[in-house]
Design a protein around this ligand. Structure first.
Ligand code: OAD
Length: 256
């Protein structure tokens, strides 16, 4: 799709073309066009599965094989899909901007697979797992091997293996959160992409950046919970808007 299809606010293009520091926050919406279900849209994951039964440590301890099999299903799903033009556009943008931070709530690894370098994973990564007893990373343990009534266990100590994702009631990884806040402080432009902006602390980052002086643009299919507070709201598919936006920025940089 060509950049002329979208009428971007000129201020957004100019600021992005000049910016030395840009931060981006992504949510499930950016992976929707790759075929990864979002959480809260119709047909989303939380409509079909109850988070209290699957995404918390008590549920895991009660029913480790069920929780492992749910994550194994999601691992399989994300391995079978490919990054989409939205992910690749952010790789391009990173190449243009000296200080670029991609903060993601997604656990699907698609930004890294697309080639993004500076990725801050706020909610972990589905493709990593670790032992809840000895803490050893357990990349080698195949969660998909978890069978009914026989959860996958650590080969070193026999402890249960859990995915390296943040569950309800758990704190976000401290280092990742600190990096995200620091990027918000530095950013001249902040893009919030494909997130409903209801799960904190991630949802607070765009407004944190705005408070620190950034120009904040939201790219979403539908206005998020914070849409009325951003500087520019671009409604549509991330996989269409982002490539067009990055192309418009490239043209402005080349001519300016
Ligand atoms: P949600 O499912 O809450 O929101 C997805 C957003 O993406 C919605 O605002 C949609 O309108 C938008 N959207 C859908 N398709 C899109 C597309 N093609 N292009 C652009 N936007 C699109 O997902 P998140 O905001 O990521 O946390 O959810 C945040 C957190 O809630 C997740 O990280 C997860 C969940 O609980 C944990 O697991 C810790």
């Amino acid at each position: 799709m060509s950049s002329t299809t979208f009428a971007f606010p000129p201020e957004l293009i100019e600021r992005l073309a000049r910016a030395r520091s840009v931060a981006v926050l992504t949510g499930a919406g950016i992976s929707a066009e790759s075929g990864v279900p979002t959480f809260r849209d119709p047909g989303g994951l939380w409509e079909r599965f109850r988070p209290e039964e699957l995404a918390n440590v008590q549920a895991f301890l009660r029913n480790p094989d069920l929780v492992q099999r749910w994550y194994a299903y999601r691992c399989k799903l994300v391995r079978e899909v490919e990054p989409n033009p939205g992910h690749y556009a952010l790789v391009e943008l990173e190449r243009m901007v000296p200080d670029f931070t991609l903060i993601t709530q997604n656990v699907d690894n698609l930004h890294r697979r697309a080639g993004s370098q500076r990725v801050v994973e706020l909610h972990g990564n589905l493709l990593r797992s670790y032992c809840i007893d000895c803490g050893r990373p357990a990349e080698e343990v195949n969660l998909e091997a978890a069978a009914e009534g026989k959860p996958a266990r650590c080969p070193a100590c026999g402890g249960l293996i859990r995915p390296d994702v943040v569950w309800f009631g758990e704190l976000l990884p401290e280092e990742a959160l600190a990096e995200a806040y620091a990027a918000c402080e530095r950013a001249e432009v902040f893009l919030s992409v494909g997130t409903s902006a209801v799960v904190y602390p991630a949802a607070g980052l765009p407004l944190e950046a705005k408070r620190a002086g950034a120009y904040v643009a939201e790219i979403n299919l539908q206005p998020s919970a914070i849409a009325d507070q951003v500087d520019a709201l671009l409604l549509g598919k991330a996989g269409e808007i982002l490539p067009a936006l990055v192309e418009a920025v490239r043209q402005t940089r080349n001519t300016g």
